[in-house]
Design a protein around this ligand. Structure first.
Ligand SMILES: [Fe+2]
Ligand SMILES: [Fe+2]
Length: 208
């Protein structure tokens, strides 16, 4: 079993964002051309930032402690990025088939990170070290990006996951950022879902 403190520290990036990425891509694939046109660009921006955070923030320190552990993931990022750019740039000649290929690559990739990278992070880092890395995410993200990402994230995970992510946010995000994060999340969720979430994580109401 995983150390629960370490698991909480890695779960946002390696479990809950991954779930939202899987769910959103499946939704876009099932939604036809109109949904692809309206929603794929956002999916592409969020996936690109997620990969960038792994490549620049999380993987280099892991690679230092566990040489060779991140190479396959980094290569997959390049492969996925190329396909996403083709799709997002309007250069795909067969969107349906390219999306299916993307889904196949992405599912294998996310699975690999969950089975290899996430346990390696927990093996080679203390929970406090992982939280310290997590706390630097905002250095890499513009306010515009966060404003798009936060409601997207909370919309594309289920209620139990929303509670876990909100609890991690309360514990791990610098308190100065909390009010605006809560505003963005509440703006993206319908009022019932937001109220349910605040009911389970009351600390949210103090900041929203
Ligand atoms: Fe990932
Ligand atoms: Fe990745």
């Amino acid at each position: 079993m995983y150390d629960p403190e370490k698991y909480a520290a890695v779960a946002d990036n390696f479990v809950y964002v991954h779930r939202a990425l899987r769910r959103d891509l499946a939704r876009i694939i099932g939604g036809g051309e109109a949904l692809f046109a309206s929603d794929f660009p956002r999916f592409a921006r969020i996936l690109e930032k997620h990969s960038e955070l792994e490549d620049t923030l999380f993987f280099p320190p892991l690679e230092e402690r566990a040489p060779g552990s991140t190479g396959a993931s980094v290569d997959q990022h390049r492969q996925i990025e190329t396909l996403v750019e083709t799709l997002a740039g309007g250069h795909s000649t067969d969107i349906g088939s390219d999306l299916a290929t993307l889904q196949e690559l992405l599912l294998t990739h996310l699975d690999g990170e969950e089975k290899q990278i996430m346990p390696a992070m927990m093996e080679h880092f203390e929970a406090a070290e992982i939280w310290a890395l997590d706390g630097r995410i905002m250095e890499f993200c513009s306010p515009e990006f966060m404003q798009e990402m936060m409601p997207w994230w909370f919309t594309h995970i289920d209620e139990a996951d929303r509670v876990c992510v909100a609890q991690n946010m309360i514990a791990g995000v610098p308190s100065a950022f909390l009010p605006v994060l809560c505003q963005w999340i509440s703006a993206g969720l319908d009022p019932t879902k937001w109220n349910d979430l605040v009911g389970q994580v009351p600390a949210l109401s103090a900041t929203a």
